[in-house]
Design a protein around this ligand. Structure first.
Ligand code: THU
Length: 128
């Protein structure tokens, strides 16, 4: 595993420690390497109204959008995340990322860090 992947995974783990997850006690962190080489971080932010919870991956994507650093012409390069991304987050990633986006996952569901692509995890994204 190269240094860039290791660093991104470490950043995802650090972001997970900042999760606000008092209801599930399940902390998730995501690190998204952007087109300009910077990294957008996300953690899950839960809410007493459970449906208002936002996943770590979407926080990372939305923060990148608010920073003007992601878009159809600025696809992200790579993601690292501490849990397997849910389908909602994959759909949000598919809005901006190429199908080949590498998604490195580490966490109890996969054991050792494992590389997937967006296309592998979401082979048929919704399109208008
Ligand atoms: N969660 C994420 O942050 N990312 C995912 O892809 C799946 C689930 C969060 C949402 C909630 O705060 C907790 O994990 C348990 O579902």
């Amino acid at each position: 595993m190269d240094k860039q992947v290791k660093d991104l995974l470490a950043q995802a783990q650090a972001a997970a420690r900042r999760a606000y997850a008092p209801y599930s006690d399940f902390q998730v962190g995501a690190a998204l390497l952007l087109a300009d080489g910077s990294v957008s971080l996300g953690c899950n932010v839960e809410n007493a109204s459970y449906g208002a919870t936002v996943c770590a991956e979407r926080v990372a994507v939305f923060a990148a959008c608010a920073a003007g650093k992601i878009g159809p012409e600025q696809p992200p390069q790579m993601m690292a995340v501490t849990a397997l991304p849910c389908a909602l987050c994959l759909q949000v990633l598919a809005e901006f990322a190429l199908p080949e986006l590498p998604i490195w996952v580490l966490g109890q569901a996969v054991g050792e860090p494992r590389r997937f692509t967006l296309q592998e995890l979401l082979p048929h994204s919704f399109k208008l």
